[in-house]
Structure formats: structure tokens, C-alpha cells
Design a protein around this ligand. Sequence first.
Ligand code: DGJ
Length: 703
Amino acid sequence: MSSVSYIDNIFYLTTKSLSYIFGINQNKKLYHLYFGDKILEKKNISPAVNADYLGYYNNSKIFLPEIVIYDGDEIFENTVKFSFQSGDRIVEYQFDKYEISETENYTLLKIFLKDTLYNLTLILNYKIYFDYDIISRYIEIINSTNDNFIKIENFFSGVLSFPVRNMFVGYLHGKWGHEANLIIEKINYGEKVIQSRTGNSSHFFNPSFFLSDTASPNEDNSSIFFGQIFWNGNWKFVFEKRFYDIITVTGGINNFDTEIHLNPSDKFCTPEFIFGYSDKGLGKMSRTLHDFYRDIIFPVNQQSIVRPIVYNNWEACMFDFDERKLRKLAETAGNIGIELFVLDDGWFGNRNDDTSSLGDWFVNKKRFPSGLKKLISYVKNKGMKFGLWIEPEMINPDSELYKNHSDWCYNFENRERTLMRNQLVLNLTKQEVNEYIKSVLKNIVMNYDVDYIKWDMNRNLSRLGADNLDDAYKKEVWIKHTEAVYELLKYVRSLKPDILIEGCSGGGGRFNGGILRFVDQIWTSDNTDAEARQFIQYGISLFYPAVTISSHVSDSPNGLTGNNINLEFRFNTSMAANFGIEANIDNWNKENIDFAKKKILEYKNIRDIIFYGDMYRINSPYSNDVISVIYVNKTKTNAVLFLFQLNPGDTDRIKIVKLKGLDEKKYYKVNGEKKSGESLMKSGIQVKLQKKYDSRVIIINSL
Ligand code: DGJ
């Protein structure tokens, strides 16, 4: 059965539990009709508002737009805006035709629009993922003229329209070391913009949002609309309350410092704007997205692999290490049950701190007098895989590479090159730069036979001058850089399809759906303080599955925050996501080592549920209570409950926690007792949490 039907000039898009409907009016314009709970009887739906502006234009205008293409009159946000060589800056589009095709995972609806004057084709694409309750939109723009040079000034992927007076938007705001704080605010008249202008998806905002009719949407019942832009570069969401109280969300690539030019027969395709609807609160929204990422977005061969437990040497060593120190760490890591040993920054060039050597991707002789392969064999002989850190897009002025190729980085002639973390950005749009990076990647992946790479990016893109690009294409450089990163990541995967790639950008500066098509997991934040991580991981979990959320146990007091937190709380916090360790385990006493061994064994038994089960948040860290989250496997036979106390304990030591996601009819064993799923969810269990930073992991198995 197709998820699209076209009846009497109306397109009905349907998934398992939502409907999305739009129509074509008498002027061949597209108007939005409905988005929300599934409509069972198609003919029952009629517009909530009159399709045309009630206002003062003589010609008809769309009131609830399905797409806004600048027509010379529009005063609100445009999804797409053109200007032509002739000086004309108007497009008067008309519906031309549509096509529907089926693929394994989605139905694709293509709506072809054309301009009344110029030979310009716009194809609005809708991928309808029936089983996943997700629709994705993107636009293809084709210059079908013979001689006209077209400039695109707005190139969003789509707009969602809501005929409602009041809506609240939820989004993630942050900064380096403090990503993903949840903000919920009312959408008021005018525009509310969240965006990135840093060339990555950024620490400041995540390209994700949800909409709700309340300022306090809950996990289980609220009606929630949500969306994400699948783009690893500059993106933008504009939430707009227009007159007549229409609310629109326009999203896609940011047009900041960017223009696109199309020569005759050139084509541009926007990234995907995915969206969905949950009738069961933020919980169902997250579970929908988690499934979508795991089953559809991840590289196919990586979809159900068990992510190995990583030891990463960064926090333990920073730049202070040699082969001997690493061998010791690797030995301990192997003893406690680590499965993959990662050598982070500092293994190359003459890198002793962050001032030099990015670009010189040859082994640091001082640290490894007889090369890196000895360490790699040592690690592999201990039964672990081996991973390496790299930051391929970057170059330090203090490097061999810069001495030979100072013209390889982005800059504007006669302007100073601005450094961030002492580094510049390589111009990936230059073929020779691309080839150099490919040769480096090939050497690392093939010659050193690494099983994992951590791909870092420790500065923004800025001053993005690219002298190699023709004038007309110079302002496409932001997009071209993003595409080049995708290509390079694809190249790595082509060299070794089962390689594990961890995305990173000074922590969580590149946590987005665009990059998750190419990487398996993401270093979520440079902040490993387990209390801060509760908030960061909560925020990220709203939109991304736990398997993508790398979370490592570090030492206490925490290197960044100075906070002192007991080892169990630190372990349990990381175990609630994609667990690893960065602490200096060689300084740990026997008690801590034994504890680590025990917890790693425990994690190995439960990680499948965390990676591939359903997540139900029970208490959020923002509620200032005990934080709790439960993961339940798909057959509801096994679950794992995490509890964390953030506030100082009080006399009320016994907490009642009502579980979620279990099978009411099944019986489970919890803390040695037999209880029904119904009882566990309705009456709950008693948990004793006494002091600040007490925590529990409770395993629940059906009988
Ligand atoms: C930033 C990353 O987030 C850290 O984990 C570490 O890899 C450093 N870069 C190394 O420079």
C-alpha cells in the first residue's frame, strides 16, 4: 500500500500514525491542509482556515503555505528565493505534475513546479517512511534554461505551517563543554531563529526542535511536532508567528554568507528536513527518532553492531605520554575488559601541545622511536582493537605542511588569517588538498590497520576565502566544505567498511543527522563531569539514540569542573549511553580496578538493551528530583533502569519509581522479587537513594 494518495487535487501522505495533507488550488499553488494524528477517512478533512490570504492583495495568496517561493510580494520568510541574470527577482510558480515511487523503506512523492516565465524546475520531494512515522522534505532546483544564470539566495529545505495561535518551541542551546541544554519558549510575533554560522552544526544550537501547545510538555501524553535538519554545516530554523496567527517553521541550510549559482542545466539539491508527530509526548518523539537513526540513517553494515567499549587516553594523558605509558594503560585497559584502545591527539609530527603539527600526519618519533606499529600490535595482542585520533581538516602554521603549502588554507588575500586553538582550516575545495587528506586517511586506515578513527574538528570555519573557486561559486564554499567532509568520510568507509568512526568537534559541535549517515557515534562533550553529563545526555537523548552518545568515565575531581563525584555514579552515568573510559586507570587502586571489571562485565550484558532497545525517560534532571531512565528491549523481556540522585538527600530516602515500557501482562524479576509489568508500571518500585550522587542500575528480566 502506498503512503501517498492524490484525490481531487489533494495529496494525502500517511504513515503508521500520522497524516500530512496539502492541496493544489485553482491557481496551481500549493497550500497546506493538515498535519497531525492520522486521518482515517480522507474526505473528512477540510482546511482549518481559508486557503487564501484574507488580506489586501488583489491576486490570490496562500494563507497556510506548503512552500514559499519569493514572488515579489511575500513579506514573510521565503523557503526559496531567486534572482535572474535579467534582474528579475520573482518566481511565479505553478504545479506541473507529480510522481510517486516506492523504495524498500519509503515512498517518494515528487511534486514538480515550474515558473510561468523562466525554464526553472523545482521538485519538492517528500520521503514518507511509513513504518517510522517520519517524513522528510528536500528540494531539487534545476536551471533548465539555455542561457540564464540563476542565483539562489534562500535555499531552505521546506516549511511547516500550523494554523494555531499558541505554540512553544523546544530546542537545545549550549557552548563548548556545556552542550544541549533544553530551552522551551513561546513563539511570539516575529521571527525566532536558531542557527549555526560556524561551519559545523555547532555547540550553540542543535539542528533539532519540537513544538508543543504547552510550556511543559510531558513524556507520555503531550502532542508534539518535531523536526531536524540533516546537515553538518551552517543550518537555520526560523520559527515565525505571522499575522492571522499562523506559525511556520522554515528550515534548511543557512544562507549566511552563502549564495548558490546555477548555470544552464545545473542542479542544486537541499539537505533533508525530517519531521514527525508524536501523540504520546516527548517519549514517543525520541523513540521514533531513535529507531529512525538506527534502522535508516546509520551506514547499513553498522546498523546493529555492538559498539566496543573504548578506552581513550586523552583525559589521562593530554599531551604527556610516550609508548611506555601507553603500553601500561593498554595493559590495564585489557585487564579490566576494554575492547578498543584509542590513541588520541599528540601521536604525530612534533606535537607536544596544541600549537603545532596538525597536517603532519606522520608518527611522532620522540614518542614512538620505533614507530607506531609496535604499540598497535601490543594492543591487539591484548585482545583489543586499535583506534586513532585525527583532525584532517586542520593545519597549524607551525607544521611542515604549512611550510610547503601555506596556500592550502582558507583566507582572504591581504587579510590576516584568524587562528583558533592555534590552527587554520584547510581549503577542502582544492583538489590537491583533498588528495593529500585522502592519502593520509589511506595510510592511517590501511597501513596501520586501525579499527576506529576519531575525527575531530577543534575550530570554527571562518574567513572562508577560497581563491580557487570562480567568482560566482566563491560563496558556495560553506556548502562545498560540508560536502567535502561527507566525501572524505565516505572514502574512509570505502577503505574499510566495518571501521568504526567517532565524530567529534571539540566535544559535541557536530552532533547532527547529516554526519550520522557517515559516523557511528559522537563524542558528546568535552565535559565528562557526570553531573553535567546528566543534563547533556538528557538533552541529546531527546533527538538521538543512546548508541550515538559516547560517554566516558574520567577521573575525579573532574579536570574541567573540579567536581568530585564517586566512581559508581560516574560509571552509571556513562553506562546509560555508549560507555567508555578516559580516566588514568594506572593510578586506580585495586578496589577501583575490581569495581571497573565488575561494571564492564555488567555493561556487556546490558548494552544491547541500551543501544537497540526503547528508551523511556521517567524523571528528567530538570525536575530536580531523582533522575531515572529505563531502556526496554524490543520484545519487552529485558530492561535496565538507571537512577541518579543529584540533590543532597533528605529524610525522604525512599523513592517510588513507576517504571515504563514493560509488558503489563508479563512477570519480571526485579531486585530478587517477582512482580507483574502492570504492578511495576502502575504501583512502581521502592528505591532507596540517600545521598547526593547515589545511583543505581537495576536489571529487570521477564520470567
Ligand atoms: C577535542 C576533543 O573533544 C577531545 O576529546 C580531544 O580529542 C581533544 N580535542 C584533542 O585535541
